[in-house]
Design a binder for this molecule. Structure first.
Ligand code: ADP
Length: 894
């Protein structure tokens, strides 16, 4: 048999594509061989040894009842686990079969309250490589809540952006996508998704359509307008995969929700990250917009808030309804508090529904459902009898079938006892009056137990004994225990079973008879109650759609309360929505920075006449913050939230696009210039005249001459061709001249104090003013950052020289010979410096110095230094060394 067991394990393992196999052996699930070692190492279990076929194998096991937490832990560590249950065949032999496969996207028992999406992506190409310019079909299913969204998007970038938005834990790439490494890398780079290569058959159009209609019916699939064949293939493959893993939640996947990009604001993956919507650039959730705004009382509320923040909308109807709701709740503090208190008592109905549908919910979970349903009347009356009555809030739960909800609550209330046991197979779950047969059994059971309860007293009385008790244990069953001193006085009908130190145990025929009866009744009761419980659970599962409606309504109310709480506590205002082309913010703030800083509010005004602002100012003065705050205020308005400002009119945009400075990216360890240009290219391709574009430094990752040219050209392109609103922070002060060439371009700068008195002592004022700065304060920041004084001093003198020339030094590409390029402010372009430059200009001086071998060697080292690759301290040391060498070369004494 033992040989059989490890042999069976290996056979199951060969059959399954799971990483690990947990095989039931009686009361344990065992892992063998290398799986045992892996599980033991991951979960700190001890291994024992199993002999099998003359060999020894490591073995690690967990009790059957404790498998779930181990499965969860293994899956959360990235393993897929196949569970093989034990069955008995007709001849009484045991065999095992895989009944379930647990993967990150099909894990039901998760402790994490975040959404857990399983994504499927289908590209149209029938050949081996995905056509990344073609449309993509996407499906996102959260089996723990029954959420199931599908869409079709235009191209690979949009598909990546959607994946980033949903942040799936598992990804099923379709046939063309699975060979598209660039796509898979892009998704896995930005999420922790496990990529699962599910059988390509599941993605075939016929099969997938069948799976969708089987789940949702012909009409549903048609009536919801799922007319994208690609989206249907993604949806069908997802359903097939979920069914195949055996998690059994299809009943809770009650509806398919197709959505189109037209309803939503486009937020590419980079922008979602740059705006730190759900996590900071460093990957922390603290300090994100979500964490700042989150005052929700429930997990579903928190999930919905995340969904809203990452998927802002464009349609005024939805946004007006949300804003009206937040406005009403914001101004009704007491009613809001009461509502929040009520919501605080709600359980995660969406999750509970999935557990009910999968058959894993116990009696306590059904009671949580009952208690949450019981909140509905309170919620409804709280809304109806308050100043919220005329707001859209009562409408949130208007579509819920209240009678069905009340019936279900009553059914559960009539069924389950107050404090039911965890197991559902041992009885004692149901109240009296729920089922006549059960009541009969309970009566008999209780009568038998009463008889037992009175037995000791009856024996005492009848036989004149004092030390008598009746009890039960595993080995002896029910017994009568009599004190040692009286043991000889028991009647002959008592047969002795055991002698203890101070007492003896006996049984009687009658007791044995009663014992059999009690065991029979207990078994019958357990079986009947389990049957009744399964039927009850089925009844509840059949109401999955209702429960999800209730759960969703509670989540929505929770989000309104959360947004209103934050708005009221932080003095936010209701934005006025307008047509694209306007953004008018009075005293705007950055929603996250204002939490931790004495924030200086700023105005922002862009419209169709002046829609492109060049933002200049010293480093660290607040340019990024100013631009991000504009993006976040626009985004929040399109979430339906109040915004951090005294007043704001927000033209609804179709997309927000951002790219942030190469220096920030450098800190992330990403390659700089290529990424920067890819992001710029994406923006230039995707933005429309109804978009908002935020550019925080462009062209920094390359030499000045290239960089400024790219920034210049991008500005012209956005201004002339795209015509969208754009805020562009740049340290190329030369660009500010564009305001006089391009009619919609304006200049603003972040002000500093002591401006006229050199950069030694400046104070950041954080106020944004009209016009351009004429200076860069980088050297001041270098000084603040502790760059050694000689370097700072030398930098100042170099800067003075450069300023006096208004020239930018650059190197002609492809030539080792440095040339001088002069930026002609009036023409707004570069021109090569005259060859016959004044011989006393520094540039020419430098050229002549070039003949000095010491200068040449410094120059060639300078040229060879890769700034991206050299640590700052080393870089400083090098600069200092070069300066020393140049100083020596200058000094004829040396
Ligand atoms: P820049 O983009 O000009 O280098 P940042 O926007 O990164 O500057 O801002 C630099 C620092 O100033 C940040 O720490 C930020 O918190 C703070 N800051 C920016 N704007 C304001 C403001 N309006 N009020 C108060 N602090 C601000």
């Amino acid at each position: 048999m033992s040989q059989g067991i490890v042999g069976q394990f290996h056979a199951l393992k060969a059959d399954s594509d799971a990483d690990l196999v947990a095989m039931q052996c009686g009361d344990f699930y065992e892992f063998f061989d290398e799986d045992a070692e892996c599980v033991a190492a991951e979960l700190e279990l001890t291994t024992s040894t199993k002999s099998s076929g003359g060999e020894s194998y490591p073995m690690a096991g967990v009790p059957v009842s404790e498998l779930q937490p181990y499965l969860t832990a293994l899956v959360e560590r990235g393993y897929t686990v196949a569970v093989a249950d034990q069955f008995e065949d007709d001849s009484g032999d045991f065999y095992r079969e895989i009944t379930r496969r647990v993967t990150p996207g099909t894990l039901l028992e998760t402790a994490d309250s975040d959404a857990q999406y399983l994504a499927a992506v289908v590209a149209p190409a029938g050949d081996d490589t995905a056509d990344d310019s073609g449309p993509y079909g996407l499906a996102f299913a959260d089996i723990t809540t029954g959420q199931f969204l599908v869409t079709e998007v235009a191209d690979a970038d949009s598909a990546v952006a959607e994946c980033y938005r949903f942040d799936p834990v598992e990804l099923l790439p379709g046939p063309a996508v699975r060979t598209d490494d660039a796509f898979l890398d892009a998704v896995t780079d930005r999420s922790d998704a496990e990529v699962t290569l599910h059988t390509t058959d599941a993605f075939a159009p016929g099969r997938a359509t069948h799976a969708v209609t089987e789940q949702f019916g012909d009409e549903t699939a048609d009536s919801i307008g799922l007319d994208s064949a690609l989206a249907r293939r993604a949806a069908g493959a997802t359903l097939a995969y979920v069914a195949e893993t055996g998690v059994g939640v299809r009943q809770s996947m009650t509806r398919l929700q197709p959505y189109t990009a037209d309803d939503h604001l486009t937020l590419d993956a980079t922008t979602q990250r740059n705006l730190e919507l759900v996590e900071t650039m460093q990957g922390d959730s603290d300090g994100s917009l979500l964490a700042t705004l989150d005052h929700t009382e429930t997990s579903p509320g928190r999930r919905l808030l995340r969904e809203w923040l990452t998927r802002p909308r464009r349609d005024h109807t939805t946004l007006d309804r949300r804003l009206d709701s937040v406005a009403a709740v914001a101004s009704a503090a007491l009613s809001r508090q009461r509502l929040q208190e009520t919501l605080g008592g709600a359980s995660d109905l969406e999750r509970l529904t999935s557990r009910v549908a999968s058959g894993s919910a116990g009696a306590t979970e059904l009671l949580s459902i009952r208690d949450t349903l019981a909140l509905l009347p309170d919620i409804a009356s709280g809304l109806r009898d308050s100043e919220l009555a005329d707001s859209p809030l009562p409408g949130v739960s208007a579509d819920i079938d209240r009678d069905a909800a009340a019936d279900l609550r009553d059914t559960l209330d009539d069924a389950i006892v107050a404090d039911p046991p965890q197991t559902v197979t041992q009885g004692e779950l149901f109240k009296r009056g729920y089922d006549d047969d059960l009541d009969d059994l309970i009566d008999q059971h209780e009568a038998a137990k009463e008889w037992l309860d009175g037995l000791a007293d009856r024996i005492k009385q009848r036989h004149g004994l004092t030390h008598v008790s009746v009890d039960r244990n595993k080995t002896d069953g029910y017994y009568v225990q009599v004190g040692q001193s009286e043991a000889d006085a028991v009647p002959d009908s008592f047969s002795h079973v055991r002698t203890l130190k101070n007492s003896k145990r006996f049984v009687t025929d009658e007791l044995a008879e009663r014992e059999r009866e009690i065991l029979r009744l207990e078994e019958q009761r357990g079986e009947l109650e389990y049957e009744l419980f399964e039927a009850l659970r089925e009844t509840v599962a059949a109401q999955s759609a209702l429960l999800q409606d209730v759960g969703r309504a509670i989540a929505e109310l929770d989000v309104y309360c959360s947004l209103a709480t934050h708005a009221a506590a932080n003095g936010w205002c209701r934005p006025t929505l307008a047509e694209p082309g306007t953004l008018d913010i009075t005293a705007g703030r950055h929603p996250v920075v204002e939490q931790t800083t004495e924030f200086v509010p700023n105005d922002l005004r862009v419209d169709n006449d002046r829609g492109f602002l060049l933002v200049t100012g010293p480093n660290m003065s607040g340019k990024s913050t100013y631009m991000r705050q504009a993006a976040l205020i626009t985004l929040l308005a399109q979430v339906g939230s109040f915004v951090p400002a005294d007043a704001a009119t927000v033209g609804v945009v179709d997309g927000i696009y951002t790219r942030v400075g190469a220096l920030d990216e450098l800190a992330q360890g990403r390659s700089t210039f290529m990424v920067e240009m890819q992001e710029l290219s994406n923006i230039l391709h995707s933005a429309t005249d109804e978009s908002l574009v935020i550019l925080d430094e462009v062209g920094r990752g390359t030499a000045t001459y290239d960089g400024i040219s790219i920034a210049w050209a991008a500005t012209e392109y956005i201004h002339n061709r795209i015509g969208c609103h754009c805020l562009f922070a740049t340290h190329y002060h030369e660009l500010t001249a564009l305001a006089s060439h391009l009619e919609r371009v304006g200049n603003v700068h972040v002000a500093v104090a002591n401006e006229g008195e050199g950069d030694e002592e400046i104070t950041f004022l954080r106020t944004v003013e009209e016009g351009a700065t004429d200076r860069s304060y980088g050297i001041h920041v270098a000084d603040l950052a502790g760059v050694p004084d000689p370097v700072v001093d030398r930098a100042r003198s170099v800067l003075d020289k450069l300023r006096s020339e208004k020239a930018v030094e650059a190197k002609g590409s492809g030539s080792n010979k440095p040339t001088q390029a002069v930026f002609d402010l009036s023409a707004g372009e570069f021109r090569a410096a005259d060859n016959g430059m004044d011989s006393d200009t520094p540039a020419t001086t430098e050229m002549s110095e070039e003949s000095d071998p010491a200068v040449r060697s410094v120059l060639s080292e300078l040229e060879a230094t890769d700034i991206d690759e050299t640590p700052p301290v080393e870089l400083m040391a090098k600069v200092q060394q070069w300066q020393d060498r140049l100083a020596d070369a200058d000094d004829p004494q040396h």
